[in-house]
Design a protein around this ligand. Structure first.
Ligand SMILES: [Zn+2]
Length: 152
């Protein structure tokens, strides 16, 4: 099922972890409109970066979200968020620095530059946090800071 010109539902629900653990990560039908909104946000990001985007994690059912060690307040189980990389454009740090000033124009509710143990990705959500300071953050093992801080 195609959600937008360049993004299929299968890309937004694919998970190696779910496959390993035998978790059915099929979203409930009522979340599909949210995933369409996410795909439309990804289209705007794709146009801005002018390269293909690889979604590394999209919708996560609660069981999968717990299995990957995410908070239960995460936007992933709500169908609002995706993690992605776009190596054709640059590093996640470079991508986040380009997108952060454009959040209003691109309809990005929240953007996070996230990293653990040498692995980095950009998290974007259609859902804006209550507190505006949390709209653009860098999150690593060392903690959470406002803004996009370059990760080596
Ligand atoms: Zn995420």
């Amino acid at each position: 099922m195609q959600l937008s010109p360049h993004f299929a539902l299968s890309e937004l629900v694919a998970s190696q972890k779910a496959a390993q653990l035998g978790i059915d990560n099929t979203p409930p039908p009522e979340l599909l409109p949210r995933l369409v909104r996410v795909a439309e946000m990804l289209e705007r990001i794709r146009s801005t970066l002018n390269v293909p985007i690889t979604v590394t994690s999209g919708y996560r059912c609660n069981a999968l979200n717990t299995a990957v060690g995410s908070r239960n307040t995460s936007d992933h189980p709500q169908g609002h968020a995706v993690d992605f990389v776009a190596p054709g454009f640059g590093t996640p740090t470079e991508i986040a620095k380009i997108l952060a000033p454009l959040v209003d124009a691109l309809g990005i509710g929240q953007i996070l530059l996230e990293g653990v143990k040498g692995k980095q990705w950009v998290h974007v959500s259609t859902h804006a946090p209550e507190n505006a300071i949390n709209r653009v953050l860098t999150i690593t093992d060392a903690g959470t800071v406002p803004g996009i801080i370059g990760l080596a």
